[in-house]
Write a protein that binds this ligand. Structure first.
Ligand SMILES: [Zn+2]
Length: 84
């Protein structure tokens, strides 16, 4: 049964996270670093897409991933969370 990286949802042969989502010690890289990386990947895959569009797609991708579901940065900016 194919597995998926719990950080970026890429297909994975084994383990929890793919090499792109971890540093050389096997630890998950920071949210911002991965968001930049995913934005780049989305733009490469979708020629002509604006950076803002790609950033939004990358954010949604990460919001759906188990590793980031509860990260405040995955919150939809159009639906601000109650600050309390
Ligand atoms: Zn990954």
């Amino acid at each position: 049964m194919p597995q998926h990286c719990e950080s970026c949802r890429m297909p994975l042969a084994a383990g929890t996270y793919c090499p792109r989502c971890t540093d050389d010690r096997g630890l998950l890289i920071p949210f911002e670093a991965l968001h930049v990386e995913l934005t780049h990947r989305v733009m490469v895959r979708n020629e002509g897409m604006s950076r803002a569009e790609a950033q939004e797609i990358a954010r949604q991708l990460m919001a759906a991933a188990p590793a980031w579901t509860n990260h405040p940065a995955t919150a939809d900016p159009r639906e601000p969370r109650d600050p309390r």
